[in-house]
Design a protein. Sequence first.
Length: 337
Amino acid sequence: MCVREGAAVILPEPRGPLSADVVRALRADGEVRRDVEATDEEDFHLSLWLLYELHYRSFEGVDDSLEWSPPLLALRRALEEQFEAELRGACAPLVARAEQADGVPDQLAAIASFDSGTSLPLFLQREATRDQYLEFLVQRSLYHLKESDPQAWALPRLDGPAKVALAELQYDEFGGGRPERLHSRLFAEALAAAGLESSFGAYVNRVPSYTLAVNNAMSLFGLHRRLRGAAMGHLAAFEMTSSLPCRRLLQGADRLELPEAVGHYFDEHVEADAVHEHLASRGICGALVGAEPDLQSDVLFGAAACVHLDAVVAERMVDAWTHGQSTLLAEAGENVA
C-alpha cells in the first residue's frame, strides 16, 4: 500500500469560461478578465475552489505570491458574495426552526436532527454496490485528505473557553501528537487500500459541483473572521451528524468486504465524534455565543449550511445511483472503480 503525502496538486481541467480564465491567470500573472462570468454551477464552484486552494496547498507551477493577488481576491470576493447570499437564503427555514428552541446547544440539536428524507449513510450501509461505495470515498477525498484544516483558521480568532475547546477537538483530528494518527492520513490509507489514488486533489476533475460546494462553504467560513461563528456552527453540526452515520458507513464497508483500512477510518470516528459533538456544541459554540452574543445567528447559519449541503449531496448521489448512474464526472481514460 502506497500513501502519498504532500504531493503537489495539478491544476484541474476548466468547466467553463470562468474557471478557464482562473486557470489561465494562475499559470500567468494572476490577472483575470472582468467580463467573464460562470456559465453554471460546475464552472462557478470550480472557480471558487481554485481560488480557495491558493490558501491551502496551492498548485504545481503556481507562484505562491498569487495567494494575495488583488485581481484574484476581487474575483473571489464577488463569487463569495453570491455563494453566501444563496446559502443564507436556502438555510433561512432551518435557522428559523432552530430559533424556537432555548439555548445554543438545543438550537444546534434542532438543526442537526433535520431529516431531508434521503440518507446517504443508510444507502451505503444497506444497498450500495462496491463501486458506489468507492465513488463515495472519491467524493469525500476532497475534504478528508485535508480534514479539519478549514476549521483551523478559526483558532486565532477565538479566545478563552471556546479557543481551548477547539484546540482540544483539533488535537484529536490532527492525530493527538502522532503523525500516523492524523485523520487525513487514515483516510489516505483507506483510499490506498481500496485501490484508489491517495494524494490530495487527485480526483478533483471527477467530483461534481455539489461536492465542491461543501468544501467551498468550509473555506468561506474559515477564511473570514466575520464568519467565525458560522465556522464553529458548521463544525458543531458536522460533529453532531457524524457518529451514527460513521457506524453505518463502517457496517456498509464490512458488508461489502472492503479493506480493513476503510472500516478503520469510520470506526475511529464513531466514538471520537460522539465526544466531539458535545465539545463542539457546548464547549465551543455555547462558550462563543456566551462571550459574543451577536454571533448566535451566524452559529446557527453555519450549522444549517452544513446540514443543507449534506442533504443536497445525499439527494443527488442516491438519486443517481438508484437510476443506475455514476455520481462522478466523466474523464477520458480513468476508471475509478
